[in-house]
Design a protein around this ligand. Structure first.
Ligand code: ADP
Ligand code: MG
Length: 245
């Protein structure tokens, strides 16, 4: 569903060239959550931006939902981006719009009738458990609730893959758990491939099926989470083991 092959990304040219990703391979199957973990500056967000077509890879290939999106012409990007929902660290909601209006944003300009829009928004809010907050404004919600609105909005165009870039960073443990529980539910119910970017090991342990460790733009280690934790030589596996009492 999400496939990245030999991805390189360099910002700038000549003496200012700044290589950020080197030879990155990544595979996230339908109905699974694949985590990319690594310290700040490792290149995680750049990797996500190469997948959701906000950045062009310098070389290498990217497939989303079976389509090679690497060399799509500019005019096809908008359409291709619809297959990819993205959730960011701050939900980026419009403050002066209600929850329902925020969720409806991606449906605007698509020729969806008002009635259909209303039905879709109701369905999305139900999915994220916020039916009763439809007419509230973002400021009236908790951080976890705002993230769930962001997720509902990301699902509005029925994407096949979901990208979550540090969506739980800055949330308290209870809110983090509620967002992770929702992601797990979406993985199964909607059969989504979810690319989960995080610097928090608890998040990986809690929800990821596979994980890749990114350091200085390279994948140092990757595999199924249950295999990594069973491997005594795996740095990522060891980092994922819960602290012993
Ligand atoms: P992470 O999300 O893991 O913290 P990023 O992908 O945001 O890492 O950044 C990786 C490196 O790429 C950083 O050194 C950052 O400064 C650099 N970088 C990111 N975006 C750009 C850009 N548009 N132009 C130049 N350098 C960038
Ligand atoms: Mg980042």
């Amino acid at each position: 569903m999400i496939r990245v092959e030999k991805l390189h990304k360099t910002f700038g040219t000549g003496t200012r060239a700044r290589p950020v990703l080197h030879d990155v391979d990544l595979n996230i199957a339908q109905g699974t959550i694949g985590a990319v973990v690594g310290p700040s500056g490792a290149g995680k967000s750049t990797l996500a931006r190469c997948v959701n077509l906000l950045e062009r890879p310098t070389s290498g290939r990217v497939w989303v939902a079976g389509t090679d999106v690497t060399d799509l012409p500019e005019r096809d990007l908008r359409h291709a981006r619809r297959a990819i929902g993205t959730v960011f660290q701050s939900a980026n909601l419009l403050r002066r719009r209600t929850v329902a209006q925020n969720v409806a944003m991606p449906l605007r300009h698509l020729g969806v009738t008002a009635r259909e829009e209303k039905r879709r928004v109701a369905e999305l809010l139900e999915r994220v458990g916020l039916t009763d907050r439809a007419d509230d404004y973002p400021a009236q919600l908790s951080g976890g609730q705002r993230q769930r609105v962001g997720i509902a909005r990301a699902l509005a165009l029925r994407p096949k893959v979901l990208l979550s870039d540090e969506a739980t960073s800055g949330l308290d443990p209870a809110a983090t758990r509620s967002v992770l529980a929702l992601l797990r539910e979406l993985r199964t119910d909607l059969d989504l491939a979810i690319l989960l970017i995080t610097h928090e090991m608890e998040v990986v342990r809690e929800v990821a099926d596979t994980a890749a460790l990114l350091r200085e733009g390279r994948v140092i280690e990757s595999g199924a989470v249950h295999q990594l934790v069973a491997d005594p030589h795996s740095a990522l596996g060891n980092a994922l083991l819960p602290d012993r009492p």
